[in-house]
Write a protein that binds this ligand. Structure first.
Ligand code: IMP
Ligand code: MG
Length: 174
């Protein structure tokens, strides 16, 4: 599908960098010693993870998981399914779920439940973006990059039908 529209800038590269640096420092302050295990939720969070780990000191390990909530386009059905599991065990580890955006909260709720059940020492969540007005379930998000209004956003890893992930900023499709 050729996409010609250029999304308008909502959050530019400098704002992203400054906020992500602050989040990385906040995470390290909360977990000052030892290994932090970052679990990146594919695909949308890959750029956020890449920039976040570059700003974190000390011992950091990463793993990836993916889930799909049936449906494409700008709305999801709310039914979440794991499509790629972690490679390694998280028992006894300090885990941070790294997610692109929390919208209804259903995806994050599902991920938090399955990871918590595996006996980590702690599970925290870092989301680059949050749309609180869309929440269907109350999920705890420990670190939020930006709280945004109910607009469909793309870029910096986030897609619309697999397009726009390469944009270096967060844009709005109008
Ligand atoms: P939730 O389960 O409704 O919270 O949806 C979370 C997932 O929906 C995110 O991980 C994104 O993949 C996707 N999503 C929600 N809002 C947007 C958006 O504005 N742009 C791109 N993807 C979105
Ligand atoms: Mg996602």
């Amino acid at each position: 599908m050729p996409v010609t529209q250029t999304p308008a800038v909502m959050i530019d590269q400098d704002e992203l960098k400054a906020r992500i640096t602050a989040l990385a420092h906040e995470i390290r302050q909360d977990l000052p010693s030892g290994q932090v295990h970052l679990v990146c939720v594919l695909k949308g969070a890959f750029m956020f993870l890449g920039d976040l780990i570059r700003e974190m000191d000390g011992h950091v390990s990463i793993d990836f998981m993916a889930c799909s909530s049936y449906g494409s386009g700008t709305s999801s059905s709310g039914e979440v399914r794991l499509s790629k599991d972690l490679d390694s065990r998280i028992e006894g580890r300090d885990v941070i779920i790294v997610e692109d955006i929390v919208d209804t909260g259903l995806t994050l709720h599902y991920l938090q439940e399955i990871l918590q059940a595996r006996g980590p020492r702690s599970v925290r969540t870092a989301c680059l973006l949050s749309k609180p007005s869309r929440r269907k379930i109350d999920v705890k998000v420990d670190y939020i990059g930006f709280t945004i209004e109910d607009k469909f956003v793309v870029g910096y890893g986030l897609d619309y039908d697999e397009q726009y992930r390469n944009l270096p900023y967060i844009g709005i499709l109008e």
